[in-house]
Design a protein around this ligand. Structure first.
Ligand SMILES: [Ca+2]
Ligand SMILES: [Ca+2]
Ligand SMILES: [Ca+2]
Ligand SMILES: [Ca+2]
Length: 293
């Protein structure tokens, strides 16, 4: 990508080479859930803030440095070891393919000049922190428990081992620095009292699941294949080893519980579909549909 990454762009509208594998799509309404015990909960929902139509089903394949968007195309951008962070960086309303490259501490945003910001070991968390409507490059540095937001003074918040989950938790329109601390099963949201919710080993996935406009604390518990959404009944959906990737997949502006299963490259979208897309080793990267390919 450093050299001529510009247009090695390989649009394969039909994902030719992978057809046999990836076209095996089971768009079954009410597909068999990945776990036996689907609780009789009503439909889970999500953030209206992301109501931009159905999320894409997509993976980044590190071994090839390629992005595979189901039904949209394939694009080469990135290298093995890169952390994909697609966002609308230039504010044109379209999602830009982008990666943070730990080995170089550099951000590669497709169509733009690479930017050095961060170090190896940092966890990229690009968001609009200053509320100007544009995404700000940012990383959480575990070794220091510090947030580095480009253009701002670094902020100490969190410890090594914490999982950063910045969101607008208090609904004031600004992103709040926050971490989930596995060792304590606690959420630390800057400016608020810490909240115990979750256990060590849980994967935090805070979203507005009940569609009330507020972020709900939530975790996926691999050991049980269960989702714990604060204030709601736990829901069995998924298995150990699954990667939770809750999004609005049908465009009804409600978050759908979903997992991607690395072992068989299958997406399980609760109440919607089961879709084979991707291979073991891929990184699932759902985006809003307005992605610039
Ligand atoms: Ca900003
Ligand atoms: Ca806030
Ligand atoms: Ca909510
Ligand atoms: Ca939905």
């Amino acid at each position: 990508m450093r050299r001529t990454h510009e247009d090695r762009r390989t649009i394969c509208r039909s994902a030719v080479g992978l057809l046999p594998l990836m076209a095996a799509v089971a768009m079954v309404a009410g597909a068999v859930p990945p776990v036996a015990a689907a609780q009789p909960t009503s439909r889970t929902q999500l953030t209206p803030a992301q109501a931009q139509g159905p999320s894409t089903i997509a993976v980044f394949r590190p071994s090839e440095g390629k992005w595979y968007f189901r039904g949209l195309g394939t694009v080469s951008y990135g290298l093995n070891g890169d952390i994909p962070e697609p966002r609308d960086y230039n504010g044109d309303g379209r999602i830009d393919l982008a990666v943070f490259r730990p080995s170089e501490g550099k951000w590669y945003i497709r169509g733009a000049v690479p930017i050095s910001y961060g170090l190896n070991g940092d966890i990229p968390e690009p968001r609009d922190y200053n509320g100007d409507g544009r995404i700000d490059l940012a990383v959480f540095r575990p070794s220091e428990g510090k947030w580095y937001i480009r253009g701002a003074v670094p902020i100490s918040y969190g410890l090594n081992g914490d999982i950063p989950e910045p969101r607008d938790y208090n609904n004031d329109g600004r992103i709040d620095l926050a971490v989930f601390r596995p060792s304590e099963g606690k959420w630390y949201i800057r400016g608020a009292v810490p909240i115990s919710y979750g256990l060590k080993g849980d994967i935090p996935e805070p979203r507005d699941y009940n569609n009330d406009g507020r972020i709900d604390l939530a975790v996926f518990r691999p050991s049980e294949g269960k989702w714990y959404i604060r204030g709601a009944v736990p829901i069995s959906y998924g298995l150990k080893g699954d990667i939770p990737i809750p999004r609005d997949y049908n465009g009804d502006r409600r978050i759908d519980l979903a997992v991607w299963r690395p072992s068989n490259g299958t997406w399980y979208l609760r109440g919607l579909a089961t879709v084979q897309w991707g291979l073991p080793g891929d990184i699932p990267v759902s985006t809003p549909p307005q992605v610039a390919l």
